[in-house]
Write a protein that binds this ligand. Structure first.
Ligand code: NAD
Length: 479
């Protein structure tokens, strides 16, 4: 048996084991073997982390100038870039993402830290004209306090950064709880905090196998804000816990995003966008463009092009630079995806490509799959979180918009057409937080991202994303 890499949590500036001394093992979805030993924290460890974050908030951090916090954020961004190879390896071992994609993602993460470093220096109040001349009135922005950040397994470092960077820019302190399915990269990242010159206790990371860890953190009395990314079902539980304590929660939840293709679209470009939109990260992204809503006149041609490309995708070792799609991230997710494929066939889906596991490779591999279905089919309605594209057809624009919006989700979507009027008209009518025209899956630190409807509450990224981390205080001065 190979020796397992040992990780520790970060509490109060110190690398620590769980108070119980217990650990759990993280499995590599490509080899199927355990590769890391992770502290199995409990509510007691959450209490210690929140206490450390509270002490740090009451200490120097929240009173430091924005310029001083910005310097820490810049150093942290540079450290992520300098450690991209190592952090990428940890995430690849945990969730099977492609190493080359992860290195690219980590190099881009520094732009998030640098962007929020800039924003940290812009936080300011206003002077407001007083109702009578005896008063001077101004506002002051204060950090809200200790933030609970809870993240999923599919993109732990990216989604952590979208919470951590604004929290630090605002002057908050934070307790991060990564998913039990992919905790290693967040624990590896925690090792950089001290080098960035961030005071002890400002950033804390707690791990644990039990749901209790997240539940206890989201409902802890000393938490002032919850920032959550994960499934819609868990998001509801987190929102309930936050509401009980009247604490604001930002929720980034699931998706079932439409890609609407009109007959005048550049079908080759659309096929490329569909492939990248749904098969990247083995389909395990919240913004996966998993519903193809295709004009009847081009359905056969487009699904043929997508199926051809799907057939060329090289599955294999996530660490091999030639690999284009890795395994599904864990056993439970693998079973879930295969279950959806069985159900799709039972409900009458036509398979243009894939539709089954790729057994020859070992690991949790599923073939990239292209289906044609009915709008009522389960696979078209529920978030599969796997490499499965389901196509339906439409004949006019109103029908396309109705199909695109016929979902409880509203995270993202795309319109493919050369008609500039139609492109903007349809993009304007899709009820989703991000809509791309003749493109898919572009995100940036300064562009808001988040969901309509059951895809979430609030937005991450962009100037306004600092707001949930700040209070607004009005100060009245009698002159
Ligand atoms: P999940 O909801 O099962 O878990 C997310 C996190 O919540 C984990 O850290 C988990 O331990 C924790 N948790 C579980 N129960 C909890 C509770 N009762 N209280 C507090 N925390 C609790 O999600 P997952 O399976 O890890 O991730 C996949 C889901 O995340 C998909 O639905 C996907 O669409 C969504 N997602 C959304 C975005 C976005 O930005 N909208 C991005 C990535 C993933």
């Amino acid at each position: 048996m190979s020796i397992l890499e040992q990780f520790r949590m970060l509490i109060g500036g110190k690398p620590v084991d769980a108070l119980s001394g217990k650990t759990f093992e993280s499995q590599n979805p490509y080899t199927g073997e355990s590769w890391a030993r992770i502290p199995d924290g409990t509510a007691a460890d959450v209490n210690a982390a929140v206490a450390a974050a509270k002490a740090a908030f009451d200490g120097e951090w929240s009173r430091m100038t924005g310029f001083a916090r910005a310097a820490c954020l810049r150093r942290l961004g540079d450290l992520v870039t300098a450690n991209a190879e190592r952090l990428a390896r940890l995430e690849v071992n945990d969730n099977g993402k492609l190493h080359r994609e992860m290195v690219g993602q980590l190099n881009s993460l520094s732009t998030w830290f640098h962007y929020y470093a800039g924003l940290a220096t812009t936080i300011e109040g206003r002077q407001i004209p007083a109702p009578n001349p005896d008063y001077l009135v101004y506002t002051q922005r204060d950090p809200v306090g200790v933030v609970a950040a809870i993240t999923p397994w599919n993109s732990p470092l990216l989604l952590m950064t979208w919470k951590l960077a604004p929290a630090l820019a605002a002057g908050c302190t934070i307790v991060i709880k990564p998913s039990e399915h992919a905790p290693a990269s967040t624990l590896g990242f925690a090792e950089l905090i001290e080098q960035a010159g961030i005071p002890a206790g400002v950033v804390n990371v707690v791990t644990g196998l039990s749901r209790e860890v997240g539940e206890h953190l989201a409902s802890h009395p000393d938490i002032a804000k919850v920032a959550f990314t994960g499934s819609t079902a868990t998001g509801r539980a987190v929102a309930r816990a936050a509401a009980d304590r009247l604490v604001p929660a930002t929720l980034e939840l699931g998706g079932k995003s439409p890609q609407v293709v009109f007959p005048d679209a550049d079908l080759k470009a659309a096929a490329n966008g569909l492939v990248a939109g749904v098969f990247a990260a083995t389909g395990q992204t919240c913004m996966a463009g998993s519903r193809l809503i295709c004009h009847a006149d081009v359905h056969d041609e487009l699904t043929r092009l997508v199926a051809e490309r799907a057939a060329q995708i090289k599955l294999g070792d996530p660490n091999d630079p030639a690999t284009e799609m890795g395994p599904v991230a864990n056993a439970a997710q693998y079973e879930k995806v295969l279950g959806y494929l069985d159900q799709a066939r039972a409900e009458g889906a036509t398979v243009a490509y894939g539709g089954a596991a790729e057994d020859a490779l070992g690991g949790y591999f599923v073939k990239p799959t292209v289906l044609t279905v009915k709008p009522t089919d389960t696979v078209f309605r529920e978030e599969v979180f796997g490499p499965v594209l389901s196509a339906v057809t439409f004949t006019d624009e109103d029908e396309a918009i109705r199909l695109a919006n016929d979902t409880p989700y509203g995270l993202a979507g795309a319109v493919w057409t050369k008609d500039v009027h139609r492109a903007h008209r349809v993009a304007g009518k899709i009820r989703a937080g991000s809509v791309w025209i003749n493109a898919y899956r572009v995100v940036a630190p300064n562009v808001p991202f988040g969901g309509y409807k059951s895809s979430g509450l609030g937005r991450e990224n962009g100037i306004d994303s600092l707001d949930p981390y700040l209070e607004n205080k009005s100060v009245w001065v009698e002159l």
